[in-house]
Design a protein around this ligand. Structure first.
Ligand SMILES: NC(=O)c1ccc[n+]([C@@H]2O[C@H](COP(=O)([O-])OP(=O)(O)OC[C@H]3O[C@@H](n4cnc5c(N)ncnc54)[C@H](OP(=O)(O)O)[C@@H]3O)[C@@H](O)[C@H]2O)c1
Length: 254
């Protein structure tokens, strides 16, 4: 078994967004790809696409992102590629509830908390445990942990009480981990995606404006462009590490 590194991503949705684009980008860069998500069919399809393109990839479907599940999943990843170092881990999963505060149910709050907070903590734990005993790589790190975040990590808005709570938690988690594990040469970063990402789920959000919006390079964020930034983060040398990266399209009216 060669020591070709492993890239792990959690949260692949329907295979059209940032999770899938990151898998393609890191596969092209020479990583083995471990795909973790809740939709097993999409996951297998993406693993097949990566293999057809010449990469090594495996789907690890999960029913939830709870700690015991992710612990077992990381053990399966290590067993799949014995001796291969897990070098990059991306927490991309996100459940969103966009509703006026008084319409939010306790069930919705618990469901999104399970993914956005309990899940992100559990994933971070497994990533750091995977990195901490590795030798330094050629850019001076043991591993890179990247969180996909959103504008809602910085400010709440009318319908984002639940979503913003989760993304605020993600931001403070990533900052705490960057401080705690930087001295162990583990690079933790977070990407604030400050604008809408071009996925087929955007269709519902953009409504009648979708066609015009999706063709306008100035206003929508391509998942492939986010993925390139993740590879850039992973390749940063230890003399200048980004903790928080802010990505927006050229004409984003912030
Ligand atoms: N889309 C945007 O405009 C936007 C803007 C800013 C930030 N973000 C953040 O960026 C990350 C990636 O989002 P993305 O839009 O690029 O999509 P993505 O990479 O395909 O990821 C989608 C995530 O949403 C989950 N999900 C929940 N309901 C879903 C549904 N009905 N269809 C598909 N996926 C569903 C998926 O869970 P499983 O994979 O476990 O099934 C997965 O974790 C998320 O953390 C999100 O909060 C998105």
């Amino acid at each position: 078994m060669s020591t070709k590194p492993v890239f792990v991503v959690a949260g692949v949705g329907n295979g059209q967004g940032t999770g899938a684009a990151s898998a393609h980008e890191f596969s092209k860069a020479g990583y083995r790809v471990a795909l973790i998500a809740r939709n097993g069919d999409t996951l297998q399809k993406l693993a097949d696409e990566l293999k057809q393109a010449g990469g090594e990839a495996k789907a690890f479907p999960v029913t939830s992102y709870e700690q015991s599940t992710l612990h077992a999943t990381f053990a399966q990843i290590r067993a799949e590629w014995p001796g291969a170092p897990i070098r990059v881990a991306v927490w991309n999963a996100g459940d969103a509830v966009w509703k006026p505060f008084l319409d939010v149910t306790e069930e919705e709050l618990r469901k999104t908390t399970d993914t956005n907070i309990i899940g992100s903590f559990a994933f971070a734990r497994e990533a750091i445990l995977s990195f901490k005993d590795l030798e330094l790589d050629e850019v001076g790190k043991r591993g890179a942990l990247i969180f996909t975040s959103a504008t809602a990590a910085l400010r709440g808005n009318k319908t984002t009480s639940v979503f913003a709570a989760g993304k605020f938690a993600l931001r403070s988690l990533s900052q705490s981990l960057a401080k705690e594990f930087g001295p162990q040469n583990i690079h933790v970063s977070t990407a604030i995606i400050d604008g809408p990402i071009l996925t087929d789920r955007s269709k519902a959000r953009q409504g009648d404006k979708y066609d015009e919006w999706s063709k306008n390079e100035n206003v929508r964020i391509r998942p492939e462009s986010i993925a390139k930034s993740y590879l850039y983060l992973a390749n940063q040398d230890r003399s200048a590490w980004t903790w928080e990266l802010d990505l927006r399209a050229a004409h984003e009216p912030w």
